[in-house]
Design a protein around this ligand. Sequence first.
Ligand code: PLP
Length: 388
Amino acid sequence: MTSRTGRHFLQIPGPTNVPDQVLRAMSAPTIDHRGPEFAALTVRLLDLIKPVFATSGPVVIYPASGTGAWEAALVNTLSPGDRVLAFETGHFATLWREMAGALGLKVDFVPGDWRHGADPEELARRLAADTKRVIKAVCVVHNETSTGVTSRIADIRRAIDAADHPALLLVDTISSLGSIDYRHDEWGVDVTVAGSQKGLMLPPGLSFNAVSEKALVASKSARLKKSFWDWAPIIEANKRGFFPYTPATNLLYGLSEALEMLYAEGLPEVYARHTRHSAATRAAVVGWGLEVLCADEREHSGSLTAVLLPDGHDADHVRKIILERFDMSLGAGLGRLSGRIFRIGHLGHFNDLTLAGTLAGVRMGLDLAGVRVEPGGLGAALEVLRDA
Ligand code: PLP
């Protein structure tokens, strides 16, 4: 590695760039997690976190990556042999489905082409056919990080309501929370799964379950085995400001600071910023004559854009050149998209010029890798940014 100047461009769709304020907050001395100062921090934080989920219910915080919060959502609400309906939106939906199977659940996995979100009409058909009401939960990845496609959760909710079906709705917002408009209470979500390392602008290491009243009731009779993930002792200890295990104290300092930053900007403004950066990125990609992976206008992700390369080109080669020449990391294609796409992360601590620099790096990297692109894409993106 040659020596580098300036900052590395971390433009993967998470973990994202951590703001200096957050890094500084996390560098404070670790305190006694059983003492009064910590209890005050927890009580304040458990309230402070609610608006980003748009919930008034409890949010459980785990010292774990997002995968842990996936497991927590399942084991707290379901029993061995329960049937769940999930949608193959991409790599992460596939991993969640595999986990559900490994935990002893029976998963109906609606096939998908990794270019569309969960289909509310197909959901309506499946629920209508479920006359015996054996489906206990519907699992949807809100923002499929492997494809840059955002499922329409409000429409998913409407489909469940129209079928008058009692299934729980479990939603993964790991790459959407704090970046894309999301409403746990309004959309009747029962468990929202989230992680610290993307829109929340923190390092990896925290994950979350926002929990509805209906999910709490379900948890009383759910029989999948659980210990560490069990909501009940955590919610109980949280009432006094504590956790039944050693919490990730310094990440919680960072969480407090990051939430204050998001609220100071205003959540609607945060979502509008992500939408604008997504639109500018698409203007560049389309202007270059390349294809955006997301195939539905209504489902473009605000937090990342996946770019398909023409046949005969290896997306990992393009990423390698961009890393070596311009010190910028882009997201790799995952699973069946390996080598075919690269992903531009435009979420978290990010502004117009960070995006302009990112797209300039992509443009030069495509040239150097021998991918033929039309002129004008970068200019089109700058116009979107300028005219916003
Ligand atoms: N779900 C989605 C949508 C993700 O993007 C990720 C990770 O990127 C995960 C789940 C898994 O989370 P983690 O890697 O933090 O365990």
